[in-house]
Design a protein around this ligand. Structure first.
Ligand SMILES: [Zn+2]
Ligand SMILES: [Zn+2]
Length: 730
């Protein structure tokens, strides 16, 4: 037998399948997806089996033999998916396999076996038939009789060995499944509530799609085994609080009933435990969780529960799209507008696009959900609407505050509203998407601006930490007392970040009854963040200041006032998605304000007439989306075209630019054009330069970029330049 494998090497130049002789004695342990050790280029590497064939095109004497079979095995459909991702994102199948292999598999992590004591029949009778037992032995037997099998380490191994010798106890190794903590929340009901009319109307087409699926599989038609596309793609476009999760839950219940598996993607599981808790409450043990905050052992065991079919629902962030499941019936992408669905490492996959592919492979229903969907999904999916909040409350009133000519970070109206909030014992959220104390420092005499030595960006003052820091590379230095260029001690601070805002609010407003909390990436670790959110949740009144982290999926029923400070900030990026981000930020905050009908949102802006701000204030998402789709069609942006970004970076000044120029000459995208080379600001000590390919012919353009990169990468004049390709950049 011949195993055709994908070696797990990081080298871009190694592509395609390599044949190895699979000895007969190993053959029955190996299937497509098995992890092997094979000799490769003078060393032994791990590899994943992509195909098994009776013979190779190469003569036997040119083939090496498989060295060993490792315990891990990836489902065959994921091996195919990895090959597709390697092509689609100009990466390699090996790099894609690295993000989908079972956690810890490459270093041989397996299940944890625990020595367990079990009471035998003789042991049971020994308790009552007068068998001579020491006090300790009797205690152990009584324990086992009361509680069933117990890990030996809890009872004392010496005593157990003696009891085993007398046949009263049996010691055996059993698999101990490491399970993540459950999110038991008593307030969450296990039973499905009655749906609103809108929810019901949204659920019907989804259930119809399952019915079609189920019929097709009963009739054994080819449509299910080799589908060309998802059975159906839906977009659940619902205002915040309209009960989207309940629609997911009931759709998932229908999939499970049809014997099909379910994947639920959420943007950031550590910060949104509520969604997970609701799935666990409804479906119990068949729910598995996969996310990077869990220990490797727990992830490994959850992965196995899914692979064996013991768990049939997987909830997790973007990487959960690789859950090892067969017969997937439903994939949900919650908060589908979130940029965290895009993976920043190589391969730069987008979990939403991979979800489309996986849904197509399985003939599954794909369900996106958002209050502020992407124009891409509005364009491609069947839209289901939820326009009413479940509690019947109205959306909050949104007021635009013109900040032109003002110097305080907060508008006078904002101060008044916050004072009212304190007087009424209410809660407020203040959102400013900028960490630290002030944006940048400059010398009052010579004008020097403090810059990062590694990146062409200004250093941000963090007063509590006593340093200025770069938000790109992490470089830090002490707060300057005087200017190193001219010696002046007049150092001016410009702009306001969350730290300064917190300080101003504490100074002006905070009391023991009205505390001020801050949440941003300076709160390190998920636990620190979760605890800030919990304290704000538990407080009866107060203010939460933070970056957009605070507008992501949190559910504070009692926040009556929301403030967006510097709403234009997201619009200042030169990016075709800038308006979409601004609209989404204001709408998401409004959605989290004033549940129950008495909400007020203040939007501070230097551009009070800007389209996304005006439309968000009117809660007009249709108006925004229609305008946005028209604009993108006219300018040939996604979803009407594909963008591919190529970034070259190098230590030296002109290496990056030269490589980009060379690529520019090689890439001739069909149905599109190449923009650039354009220099980028220096990052982490690297000079950078980029090209952007804009094309209507996605597959052919990706292939054109891939072959150009293959030609340039590693050739002599461009050695030392690293090239990264980003298909569908964010
Ligand atoms: Zn100076
Ligand atoms: Zn830096």
């Amino acid at each position: 037998m011949i195993a055709r494998v994908l070696p797990l090497t990081q080298t871009r130049a190694i592509k395609g399948l390599f044949d190895y002789i699979l000895p007969q004695e190993l053959a029955d342990q190996v299937a497509v997806g098995s992890l092997l050790r094979v000799p490769f280029a003078g060393r032994v590497v791990q590899a994943v089996v992509a195909e098994l064939t009776p013979s190779s095109e190469l003569p036997d004497e040119r083939l090496a033999t498989v060295a060993a079979v490792l315990p891990a095995r990836l489902p065959a459909d994921l091996v195919k998916l990895a090959q597709w991702i390697g092509d689609e994102y100009c990466s390699t199948a090996a790099r894609a396999l690295n993000v989908m292999l079972p956690p810890g598999a490459t270093r041989g992590l397996t299940e944890k076996l625990v020595l367990t004591a079990v009471l035998t029949d003789a042991g049971q009778s020994a308790l009552t038939d007068g068998t001579r037992l020491t006090e300790g032995q009797r205690a152990v037997l009584t324990d086992l009789a009361a509680s069933g099998p117990v890990p030996a380490s809890q009872l004392g191994t010496a005593t157990l060995r003696r009891l085993e010798g007398r046949g009263l106890v049996q010691l055996e190794h059993t698999v101990s499944s490491r399970r993540p903590d459950r999110h038991a929340v008593s307030s969450i009901s296990k039973a499905a509530p009655k749906l609103t009319v809108e929810q019901q109307a949204a659920l019907v087409p989804i259930l119809d799609a399952f019915a079609v699926l189920a019929n097709a599989s009963m009739m054994g038609t080819e449509a299910v085994s080799t589908p060309e596309r998802a059975a159906a793609t839906f977009l659940l476009h619902g205002v915040t609080g309209s009960g989207k999760t309940e629609v997911y839950l009931q759709a998932a219940a229908a999939a499970l009933e049809a014997g099909l598996g379910v994947i639920i993607l959420v943007p950031e599981i550590g910060l949104t435990p509520q969604a997970l808790a609701r799935f666990e409450a409804r479906f119990g043990d068949v729910v598995a969780v996969l996310h990077s905050g869990m220990s490797e052992g727990k992830r490994h065991d959850e992965w196995l529960r899914l692979a064996r079919g013991e768990a049939r629902v997987c909830v997790g962030p973007r990487s959960a799209i690789f859950a090892p499941m067969d017969e997937i019936g439903l994939i949900v992408v919650d908060e589908e507008h979130e940029s965290s669905y895009k993976h920043e490492g190589d391969p730069r996959y987008d979990a939403r696009t991979v979800a489309e592919r996986r849904a197509a492979d399985h003939g599954a229903v794909l369900l996106y959900g958002s209050a502020t969907p992407r124009p891409e999904s509005v364009h491609s999916a069947a839209r289901l609407r939820l326009d009413q909040r479940v509690d019947g409350g109205a959306l909050p009133s949104v007021e635009i505050l013109d900040m032109r000519g003002l110097h305080n970070p907060l508008h006078p109206q904002t101060w008044l509203a916050l004072a009212d909030c304190r007087r009424d014992g209410g809660k407020a959220i203040v959102l400013l998407n900028r960490r630290g104390w002030s944006n940048f420092l400059s010398c009052g005499s010579c004008g020097r601006v403090w810059m990062c030595p590694n990146c062409e960006v200004t250093l941000v003052l963090h007063r509590t930490g006593g340093h200025v820091a770069c938000h790109h590379c992490g470089h830090r230095e002490p707060v300057p007392g005087k200017c190193p260029d001219c010696g002046s001690v007049s150092v001016a601070r410009h702009g306001a970040g969350t730290e300064r805002l917190e300080h101003e609010l504490v100074t002006a407003l905070a009391t023991p009854e009205f505390p001020v909390f801050r949440l941003d990436a300076d709160a390190s670790g998920l636990d620190a963040r979760a605890s800030i959110l919990e304290r704000f949740h538990a407080a009866s009144a107060g203010v939460l200041v933070g970056t957009q982290m605070i507008a992501k999926g949190h559910d504070f029923a009692d926040v009556g006032l929301g403030v967006v400070v510097d709403a234009d900030q997201t619009m200042r990026f030169p990016d075709f998605r800038a308006e979409e981000r601004t609209f989404s930020l204001v709408t998401q905050l409004a959605g989290r304000t004033g549940r129950g009908g008495h909400g007020r949102v203040l939007v501070q802006t230097m551009e009070p007439l800007a389209r996304p701000i005006q439309l968000a204030a009117q809660h007009d998402s249709d108006g925004f989306l229609n305008g946005e789709l028209q604009r993108r069609r006219a300018l040939a942006y996604p979803p009407f075209a594909t963008l591919i970004r190529v970034v070259c970076s190098s230590e030296d000044d002109d290496g990056a630019y030269a490589a980009t120029t060379a690529l520019r000459q090689l890439i001739e995208p069909p149905g599109g054009r190449v923009l650039g080379p354009a220099p980028l600001f220096m990052l982490r000590g690297k000079h950078r330069s980029q090209l952007v390919v804009k094309t209507a012919e996605r597959t052919a353009a990706i292939a054109a970029v891939r072959s150009a990169v293959d030609v340039i990468a590693g050739t002599k004049p461009h050695r030392g330049v690293s090239i990264s390709v980003d298909v569908d950049p964010q």
